[in-house]
Design a protein around this ligand. Structure first.
Ligand code: FNR
Length: 388
C-alpha cells in the first residue's frame, strides 16, 4: 500500500543518481528561497501581516507548546490519512486555504490555475478565493476529480453575492466558505509603508470582471475602465455580516456553509444554531487583527463547543507535525496557507505539489513512528500542552 511518507524514499533514491530536491522540504528553506524569488511588493503582501506581526509569529510558534505522546507496539505498517468531510471521503486531511493573490504567485499570472493543477495531482482540495486572476469556473475545471471549495467575501450588493454563489454551485464547488473577519482590511504596516494594495491596481478581480451582475453595476466592460470598475468594487467589497444575515446566506445555497474566522466557543455554538454546517477556526494567519492569541490555542474550546460539527482549522501550519497536532486537537481538516503560496512562486503547480507532498509525508511518518494508524487514532490520543 502506498503511503504519503514514501515521498522520502523517492527523494533518497534520486540522491543515488546525484539528484537533490528542486525545492526545500522544510518551511524555513522554502520561505528563504521565496524571499529571494518574489517581487518585493508580492513578498510583502504574502509574508506580511497585521501590526507588528506578533499574532502571525505566535500562530506558528504556539505549535511548539503542543506535543504528541508516542504510542508503541502498534502495527503502523499500514496507515490511512483519509477523512470524511461534507459527505465526501477525502484522501488527505489537508486542504489549501483561500489565498487572494494566488493568481499573482506564478510568473504567468495564472497561479489559480496552477493551484488547481496541484489539487488535481495531490487530491488536496483547493479553496478558491473570491479574489482570483482567473474566473472561478476556469479554476474549477482544472481540479480534475479533486473537490474544490469556494470562499466568499460577501459583497454589500446582495444580487452580486447571489450571483457569485450561484456560479460557484454551478461550477461544482462542494462547500461555501464565508469569511467573516475581512469586511475591511486590517492594519498591515508592510503594505502601508509601500502604499501597495493589489486589488486597487485591478489585480485578482476576475470573478468580479466576469460576473454579469458586477458588469451591470459598472455599466461598461470593466476591462475598458479599470479605475472605474475598481471604484465600484471598493464600494461593494465588504458586507458586515451579523447573525441576522444567516437566514439569507442559508437561502442562497444548498451547499454546506462554513463560517471562517470563528475563534470563540460561543460563536461556534451560535453558528451551528443558526444553520452553519461547519466551523472554520482561523485568525486569517494574523493578517487581519494583531490580537495576540495563536489560533491553535483557540482550537480545542471551539472543537468542544462544536460537538459533532466539523471544525476546519488554519493559521500557522508550517510542517507535517503541525498538521498532526491540529488533527489531534480536533480539527476535521487542516488548511495550508503561506507554504503553498511559496511553492507556487518557486515552481508553479510542481512547487505547490512538492510542498503539499512534503507536509503529508512528514505527517504520515510522524503517525508511523508514533503509533497512529489513522486520523481517528490521532484524535483519540490528543495533544498535550507543554508548560513553559
Ligand atoms: C490569505 N487569507 C485569505 N483568506 C480568505 O478567506 N480569503 C482570501 O482571499 C485570503 N487571502 C489571503 C492572502 C494571503 C497572501 C494570505 C497569506 C492569506 C487567509 C488564509 O486563508 C489563511 O487563513 C491564512 O493563510 C493562514 O495563515 P498561514 O498559515 O498562511 O500563516
Amino acid at each position: 500500500m502506498p503511503h504519503f511518507g514514501d515521498y522520502q524514499f523517492d527523494i533518497y533514491l534520486a540522491g543515488l543518481r546525484g539528484v537533490v530536491p528542486k525545492y526545500p522540504v522544510d518551511f524555513a528553506g522554502l520561505e528563504q528561497r521565496a524571499e529571494a524569488a518574489m517581487s518585493p511588493s508580492l513578498l510583502r503582501y504574502v509574508q506580511g501581516g497585521c501590526g507588528d506581526e506578533h499574532t502571525q509569529r505566535s500562530n506558528a510558534a504556539a505549535f511548539r507548546h503542543w506535543g504528541i505522546v508516542p504510542r508503541m507496539m502498534v502495527d503502523c505498517s499500514s496507515r490511512d490519512l483519509s477523512i470524511d468531510l461534507f459527505g465526501m471521503r477525502l484522501p488527505t486531511p489537508v486542504f489549501m486555504a483561500p489565498i487572494g493573490v494566488t493568481g499573482l504567485c506564478t510568473q504567468d499570472g495564472h497561479g489559480d490555475l496552477a493551484a488547481a493543477r496541484a489539487a488535481a495531482e495531490t487530491g488536496v482540495p483547493l479553496t478558491v478565493s473570491t479574489l482570483t486572476n482567473d474566473p472561478l469556473e476556469h479554476v474549477a475545471a482544472g481540479m480534475g476529480d479533486t473537490p474544490g471549495f469556494f470562499q466568499l467575501y460577501t459583497p454589500k450588493d446582495r444580487e452580486l453575492a447571489e450571483s457569485l454563489v450561484r456560479r460557484a454551485e454551478a461550477a461544482g464547488y462542494k462547500a461555501l466558505i464565508v469569511t467573516l473577519d475581512t469586511w475591511t482590511t486590517g492594519w498591515r504596516p508592510r503594505d502601508l509603508n509601500a502604499a501597495n494594495f493589489p486589488q486597487l491596481r485591478g489585480h485578482v478581480m476576475a470573478n468580479y470582471w466576469s460576473d454579469p451582475r458586477f458588469r451591470a453595476m459598472v455599466g461598461r466592460p470593466p476591462e475598458e475602465d479599470v479605475p472605474g470598475a475598481v471604484k465600484v468594487w471598493t464600494e461593494t467589497f465588504g458586507k458586515v455580516l451579523t447573525w441576522a444575515d444567516m437566514p439569507w446566506l442559508r437561502s442562497l445555497t444548498t451547499l454546506p456553509i462554513v463560517l471562517k474566522g470563528i475563534c470563540h466557543p460561543d460563536d461556534a455554538r451560535r453558528a451551528i444554531d443558526e444553520g452553519a454546517d461547519a466551523i472554520y477556526c482561523s485568525n486569517h494567519g494574523g493578517r487581519q487583527a494583531n490580537g495576540g492569541l495563536a489560533a491553535i490555542d483557540l482550537l480545542p474550546p471551539v472543537v468542544a463547543a462544536a460537538g459533532g460539527t466539523p471544525v476546519l482549522f488554519d493559521s500557522g501550519v508550517r510542517s507535517g507535525s503541525d498538521v498532526a497536532k491540529a488533527l489531534a486537537l480536533g480539527a476535521a481538516a487542516v488548511g495550508i496557507g503561506r507554504p503553498y503560496a511559496y511553492g507556487l512562486e518557486l515552481g508553479g503547480a510542481e512547487g505547490a505539489v512538492h510542498v503539499l507532498r512534503s507536509l503529508l509525508a512528514e505527517a504520515d511518518l510522524l503517525m508511523a513512528v508514533n503509533g497512529f494508524v489513522d486520523v481517528a487514532a490521532l484524535r483519540r490520543a490528543g495533544a498535550v500542552r507543554i508548560q513553559p
